[in-house]
Ligand binder design. Structure first.
Ligand SMILES: [Zn+2]
Length: 159
């Protein structure tokens, strides 16, 4: 059977600050992120299926990513959970979407987080192939499932 990759593209707005970083990104600032989700699988061969000929319904993929990623992070301020507690408490008091994460909120680390969230909700016959997160016109990070595959433990993907 022919393997096909499909990609759905998303955009969201998010602010972050990099704790302890030695440059401008230690300050709270925002990006218009472009996020691409690519799946790989075989088109459904059952003519009786309403999804006949599809890897996964683009509408279902859109809903999944919106629920698992976009709704959590769009128009949020993402901070490392080791950030100053007084600052965090003050922000939580004044704003709704302050998200504390147990990692430095870089584009790279966000991809690993997104991969975990998406992977666990995918149908069993479809595989996550890659994710791409663009932070600026000239900067993006990519995650490929195959780069994180441990041959000694094939059931495990290391994110
Ligand atoms: Zn940034």
């Amino acid at each position: 059977m022919t393997k096909i990759r499909i990609t759905k593209q998303f955009t969201f707005e998010m602010a972050h600050a990099l704790l302890g970083y030695d440059g401008l990104c230690q300050n709270i600032h925002g990006h218009s992120y472009h996020f691409d989700v690519t799946l790989i699988g075989e088109p459904i061969q059952d003519p009786a299926s309403p999804k006949y000929g599809m890897i996964m319904d683009f509408g279902d993929l859109k809903r999944l990513v919106n629920e698992e990623v976009i709704s959590a992070y769009d128009h949020a301020l993402l901070l490392n959970d080791q950030s100053d507690k007084i600052l965090v408490d003050t922000l939580l008091h004044h704003f709704e979407k302050i998200v504390l994460v147990p990692f430095q909120p870089t584009t790279e680390n966000l991809l690993a987080d997104f991969a975990k969230r998406i992977q666990k909700k995918l149908p069993s016959d479809v595989r996550l192939f890659s994710l791409k997160l663009r932070e600026t016109d000239s900067s993006f990070a990519e995650l490929y499932t195959d780069d994180n595959f441990d041959p000694s433990n094939p059931a495990d993907i290391i994110w």
